[in-house]
Design a protein around this ligand. Structure first.
Ligand code: 3HC
Length: 303
């Protein structure tokens, strides 16, 4: 995966500059792949500490390729030079597409879009990286629901090949087509999902992760045996408990809650052990403890 540092995106799409709101795990990954594909990127968050930490993470992740010889220092410098940091969303007047990757909280996202949209040029496209909130409802908080889609990336963004494209009720066919072209320009594969809770991948993945936590809570097997079972028995790259820790137990909990609330189907109820872990603040990798303890050199199973 050699970054196309000299790629030019002034063509049919009309998208040359990408705005990314939120410099967390997903936001820095999106900024990374967009800059590596030749786009100019404006990355924003509420504080410059957060945006600078994100740029340092991008530099660290790009440097993974140095020892493998898939990238050189000059290419890394060119990619990083395309990323501008800001704490002022007025900077997005220069953006052709703005992707929101803030916290998975509907009130926060609605506030961001309501404040942002009047500052943008009329032709600028908008997207959200939400994993479970209604695209149609978020689009309605903007002045351009026809130019709005869901663009759902997967973690780690530089590695994962898929992006889900989710048109809302009012999204125009041109906007959806432009998003397909953008996804292809990032070197990723796009699939299109209806605007329903959790879309395609999380609808199937999250109940599987939840089931693994039910199984652990029921005493069916240990953390190691459950994870080994799915790695070697189903060829998953990570066991479900390790993956739940990787995604974040609070994120998994919130997606399951949305699925249960919007469908009324009890099959999506979060496993009691998941609820307890979230209550304890054991949120997986990001908090240092989940089904594994991450405080040492290598993760250690906790049950
Ligand atoms: N940034 C850049 N590159 C990264 C990276 C990162 N954050 N993390 C890993 N990599 C690269 C490595 O450099 C390596 O590159 P190479 O193949 O060119 O040598 C490659 O990825 C593999 O990494 P490692 O050798 O360190 O580790 P693994 O082989 O164990 O792979 C993994 C790590 C890619 C995370 C793999 O375990 C995996 O694919 N796990 C499943 C991930 C998954 O399912 N993600 C989706 C979660 S669901 C989601 O995101 C949706 C949300 O809404 C909840």
């Amino acid at each position: 995966r050699l970054p196309r540092s000299d790629a030019s995106h002034s063509g049919e799409l009309g998208v040359q500059t990408i705005g990314v709101i939120g410099a967390g795990l997903m936001g820095n990954g999106i900024a990374h792949v967009a800059a590596a594909s030749g786009y100019k990127v404006i990355l924003s968050d509420v504080s410059s500490d957060r945006t600078e930490a994100a740029k340092a993470t991008i530099a660290k992740n790009l440097a993974r390729g140095l020892t493998k010889g898939t990238i050189d220092e000059a290419t890394i410098a060119a990619i990083l030079a395309r990323i501008t940091l800001t704490t002022d969303t007025a900077a997005f007047v220069a953006a052709d597409l703005v992707i929101e990757a803030a916290t998975e909280n509907e009130a926060i996202k609605v506030k961001i879009f309501a404040e942002l949209s009047p500052k943008l040029r009329a032709e600028t496209l908008l997207a959200t990286n939400t994993s479970s909130i209604s695209i149609t409802r978020l689009a309605a908080a903007t002045d351009r629901p026809d130019r709005f889609t869901g663009l759902h990336f997967f973690n780690p963004v530089p590695v994962m090949q898929l992006i889900e494209i989710i048109p809302g009720l009012a999204t125009s066919a041109e906007t959806t087509a432009a998003m397909h072209r953008f996804v292809a320009a990032l070197g990723k594969t796009g699939i299109e999902s209806e605007d329903r809770p959790a879309f395609i991948v999380n609808r199937i993945l999250c109940p599987m992760l939840n089931e693994a936590i039910f199984a652990l809570g029921d005493g069916l097997g240990s953390v190691v045996d459950i994870d080994m079972g799915m790695k070697l028995g189903a060829n998953h790259p990570m066991g479900p408990l390790a993956l739940a820790d990787f995604v974040g137990l609070d994120t998994l909990f919130s997606i399951l809650q949305v699925m249960q609330a919007t469908t009324g189907d009890s099959k999506y109820r979060p496993a009691p052990l998941l609820v307890k872990y979230v209550e304890a603040g054991w949120l997986g990798r990001k908090s240092g403890r989940g089904f594994y303890d991450y405080s040492g050199e290598a993760p250690v199973p906790t049950r």
